[in-house]
Design a protein around this ligand. Sequence first.
Ligand code: ADE
Length: 235
Amino acid sequence: MAFRATVLTLYPEMFPGPLGVSLAGRALERGDAVVETRQIRDFGRGRHRAVDDTPAGGGAGMVLRADVLADAIDAACDEGDLRPRLLMSPRGRPLTQDLVRELAAGEGALIVCGRFEGVDERIIEGRGLREVSIGDYVLSGGEIAAMVLLDAVIRLLPGVMGNDQSGLHESFETQRLEHPHYTRPAEWEGRTIPPVLTSGDHGAVERWRRAEAERITAERRPDLLARHGRGDSSA
Ligand code: ADE
């Protein structure tokens, strides 16, 4: 069964967007993954199909109504739909490669995209939503965050990546940032390629790459080394 994502949004026309091209686009074309959208406004209240209202207690902005979202969620899930239910939100648990891998191993996800100031808190508990953030900045809505999450998940689905090796060595799968890459020409604007890479000594290349990954990670993201311990190349 293909990975199936159901995205609840006020802007379904934003999808598949960038997921429609390149690696993810081909996965969608082949049917390895399905991304379907549901318009939250179809469940809005009154003549104007209102989906939001002013915050209880006063203040700026608008809040997505729990009853409207509940109807949208319930209509999108059959009974026995065991897919995780996510709410894209800057308040959420940070999206990590671990969570991406966990999602890619499952059947799919229901993804609620917030807008406005936020959603009525009661829907989070009432429908078991897991809040996920893609970083410490505020987007105007959850749609782009949902696309980021889906792009990361889709490329891990069986058969999608083509060259499975390229997944094994890349950043975060090894808990290290990537070593530098080079290709032809051998000299460009007076800059050359580190000689070890053209030496033909595969062992030396591997050691150089590990050392460079370690150095760049220590420089830019010492938190990754602290969290996961140092690799073999630290010896
Ligand atoms: N919606 C708005 N900002 C967001 C963020 N940083 N992550 C996920 N969803 C969001």
